[in-house]
Design a protein around this ligand. Structure first.
Ligand SMILES: *[C@@H]1O[C@H](CO)[C@@H](O)[C@H](O)[C@H]1NC(C)=O
Length: 405
């Protein structure tokens, strides 16, 4: 039996065990039926369930990925491109339903909403040449997302919404990192952006405090090596299997433990995390490449915003033309940028965002969220995210549309 098969067998046994624990504990934790339903609906069905129109669009990138974008259409209206974070999907902007989530709110305000799924997440796992079992398929980080996915999506959306030369861009976490890559490497795209709104921007990682991230960054070299030896290229490996596993474990048997770890990773804010929605959050974890995580952990304490390090001068020369990875050029990111960040975000530190702010040439709005405990996922999952964040964003967009920014 190969190592991979043994691992699969182990996962299988744990899932079986969890399913049984589930039947024991389901009497103890009861969820709203609608929440469980939402947890199991793919994005377009979720949108339709709440009475909105949903379209599915396929966007092919220059390097052969076939991405899926979900649209809440408003033909003739100003397009907004919304890009999710690592391990997330279009569902990130929908998950709290029409009363709370940003995509619905912006749709209600009359915007044409485009929710991109970047390469490797559960909705974007097609490639013209590679199968998802192949290592080549997963050979990407936020670098390729910025280099190929975002430009392809921008071109597609602007071609579909004739009459508009610019779109609003909203990114959360990796959706901001990849945008900075695009700005640096494809500066021509900056003139197609009316306003970039960055939620929890992750670029510099010198003051990051999350103990998990620090630990991962310490061991990233051996971890990368072992993962490759085991043939693991995506994270979580066998995404759909893990997703079900997390779903069972976190929603039923070990919800408190799971919430504890989640908050340790993202920043402790028990007030804004609605535990009755945990099944919904974990079921929609969407997967990504191991290399994406690796690239982030390389940035920790690196002192800069660098391209991927192959830990080999030969390979670095082949890929980057230099022995060590070059830095991205943030001076090229010259579109209008609005920054939103928070003190208790363990995945991006205020001092790191301030350094980014001081390097970007065209920051038009700079907002440190006043609520002290606001964390990395409160930007999309927070109970009071509307009053704490979205009210302000909507006003910034209104001013942008009115030409006041
Ligand atoms: C948590 O979510 C449930 C289900 O959507 C909702 O009824 C409840 O009001 C939420 N709790 C808080 C504190 O917002």
């Amino acid at each position: 039996m190969t190592r991979r098969k043994k691992l699969m067998l182990l996962f299988g046994s744990v899932i079986w065990l969890c399913l049984h624990l589930d039947t024991v504990t389901s009497d103890i934790i009861k969820y709203d039926r609608s929440i469980i339903e939402d947890a199991n609906l793919p994005a377009p069905d979720l949108i339709r369930k709440y009475g909105y129109k949903a379209e599915v669009h396929k966007i092919t990138t220059k390097d052969g990925f076939v991405l899926t974008a979900h649209r809440i259409p408003k033909p003739g209206a100003q397009p907004v491109l919304m890009v999710h974070g690592l391990e997330d999907s279009s569902v990130g902007y929908l998950v709290l339903g029409p009363k709370k989530s940003l995509a619905y709110r912006l749709s209600n305000l009359g915007y044409d909403i485009w929710l991109l799924n970047t390469r490797g997440n559960r909705y974007s796992r097609k490639h013209k040449r590679y199968q998802r079992q192949m290592p080549q398929f997963w050979d990407f980080s936020f670098h390729e997302v910025g280099l190929y996915d975002l430009p392809a999506a921008i071109d597609y959306v602007l071609a579909m919404t004739k009459g508009f030369q610019q779109l609003h861009y909203i990114g959360h976490s990796q959706g901001t990192t990849s945008f900075m890559v695009m700005g640096s490497e494809r500066p021509g795209y900056m003139k197609k952006i009316k306003l970039m709104q960055a939620l929890a921007p992750v670029v510099f990682c010198d003051y990051i405090e999350s103990p998990f991230v620090l630990l991962a960054s310490k061991y990233i070299r051996p971890l990368t090596f072992y993962a490759r030896t085991l043939g693991i290229y995506d994270f979580p490996p066998e995404g759909e299997v893990w997703q079900r596993l997390f779903y069972q474990i976190c929603s039923f048997a070990f919800r408190n433990t799971c919430s504890y770890f989640l908050l340790q990773l993202m920043g402790v804010d028990a007030q804004q995390l609605n535990v009755t929605l945990v099944p919904l959050f974990v079921r929609h974890v969407a997967g990504s490449s191991f290399k994406s995580l690796g690239h982030y952990t390389q940035l920790v304490h690196s002192g800069g915003f660098y391209k991927y390090d192959y830990f080999s001068a030969v390979e670095n020369r082949r890929r980057h033309g230099s022995d060590t990875p070059p830095e991205y050029n943030l001076a090229n990111v010259d579109c209008k940028v609005a920054l939103y960040y928070s003190k208790n975000d363990l995945l991006t530190a205020v001092r790191d965002v301030e350094r980014l702010r001081d390097l970007l040439p065209n920051v038009v709005h700079d907002e440190l969220i006043p609520y002290e405990k606001f964390n990395h996922v409160d930007f999309i999952w927070g109970n009071d995210v509307n009053s704490m964040l979205y009210d302000g964003m909507v006003e910034v967009m209104r001013r942008s549309d009115a030409g006041e920014l």
